[in-house]
Design a protein around this ligand. Sequence first.
Ligand SMILES: *Cc1c(COP(=O)(O)O)cnc(C)c1O
Length: 554
Amino acid sequence: MNFPSPKDRGKLDPADPGSQHLIADWNALQRVFIRPEDEGSRQTLVKYMEQIFFGLHDFLNQHVGVTEEISLAELSLAHTDTRINKEPLKKLADVIEDIIQEIAPRAVNVASPYFVGHMTAAIPFFMVHLKAITAALNQNVIKLETSKILSVLEKQVLGKMHRMIYKREQAFYDAHVQNIETSLGVFTTGGTTANITALWVARNLALSPTGPFASVEQDGIFAALKAHGLERMVVLVSSRGHFSLKKAGGILGIGNQNIISIDEDENRSIDLKKLEQTIQAFKIEGKTRILAIVGIAGATETGIIDPLPQLADICRDHNIHFHVDAAWGGPVLLSEKYAPLLEGIQRADSVTIDCHKQFYMPMTAGMVYFKDPEALDQIVYHARYINRKGSVDLGIKTLEGSREANSLILDSALKIMGSRGYGLMIDHGIETARGFARKIDARPLFQLVTRPCLNILTYRVVPLFIRKQLETADKMEQCRINARLDRINTNLQRTQREAGKSFVSRTRLRVNPKDSQDVVVLRSVIMNPYTTPEILDEILDEQEALLADMIIPD
Ligand SMILES: *Cc1c(COP(=O)(O)O)cnc(C)c1O
């Protein structure tokens, strides 16, 4: 795994007197377009691609800490030139070499087993290959004319995922898997656009045609509200709702302040009593339509799962669209052991699942599924040149336009891993996180704030002497102490990140759901199968050592 030192580089730097001059003429362009420029370039290229395809993980682990010791300010200063070079500067092989030498070491090594702070982490070795193949095929699944079998395959994979969620009978899937009239779901660019798509459909379903009013798509939100005698539409979700729901509120003309947060209960999931009270209050008021209730299956900050069966009952009783945001938690359905945690998801009208999270796919891909195979008719769009009426083109029912064939990656990954393979990864994450929680409980310096329901937990540093102060303090004093703890935890997280060996993230939460004040907590997401209990101990040891050295600001 040896990369040539800068001295051995090809003669490509135009400032270098030995360098050949690269010119953008028609001949050069044709060569660049179809193949490496010459045999030397080709060999360099093959060598790098081999290293990237077969040694990427080793390479990253050797060469990249979580972050290298170079400040953002320095990096920014080195990237201020906004002129485009007129003539070519480098050949492909040299560009790749630059990426390996200059960019990769300064990117974040999300593949490190010490990187346990975010939902972006290591991906299996084969994913890079599958992504490269998808790029090489360059199919556009917006329409059949640019994708053929990939459109058919996408429908099949959508069927597999729908079945994983809804477990409908064989006849149902026989009827819909390749049905060109119906859609079991769609691939999206991620969880954000999946959530937007789900609420888009829900909004249109809630504002059905009446009198001269045809549809909200055609007539707009003002006409829709008027026709329905409404002044406002709202979405109800726990205070842990992902901020993509707010974006949906803005985009769909609902207003993001109408994505209403319902407090958490003592289990840190949505408070069902408060939810019922809110629904009743809107009923009495009479001018507001609840367009959806969102249940979270794996909250981004805490991993908590809302009580899906009870939410399903409430939605059924009040005839409200039930959306489950399982962007994070969806793949837990593949774990025989932990799938029961998601009981009730099969009653959702729509479900978001991300591919680039716990399906371990490369950036970016998401999906949204609908119980009713006709639900997506709410957002059907046609164009004259493609996606004509009655067409089988997948692009007629998607928020996105052109799209890559992500179903090929997911389908291949499922073939390679099996649902059991994915299940093992899920089990490992959950069980390692639970073990991590016990370690935190056992160390007097730390306080576990949210216990892992899945593979996410939060905790904070509370030194013993401060803990004693907190116990006897009045409200005012508690505020002051917590502000101090916030500074300690913020500093600790930052110092550890900058030290570059390991990474946990931080967010703000209530220590007790009944508290009135958020505090800074450290957040850990365990999804890398190489993250072991020993590594987690090292991370806590490092935090304790950093803390001992830290000058704690008052
Ligand atoms: C990550 C996440 C999203 C957003 O997904 P993106 O892929 O980042 O757009 C939405 N909801 C939840 C619960 C998430 O964890």
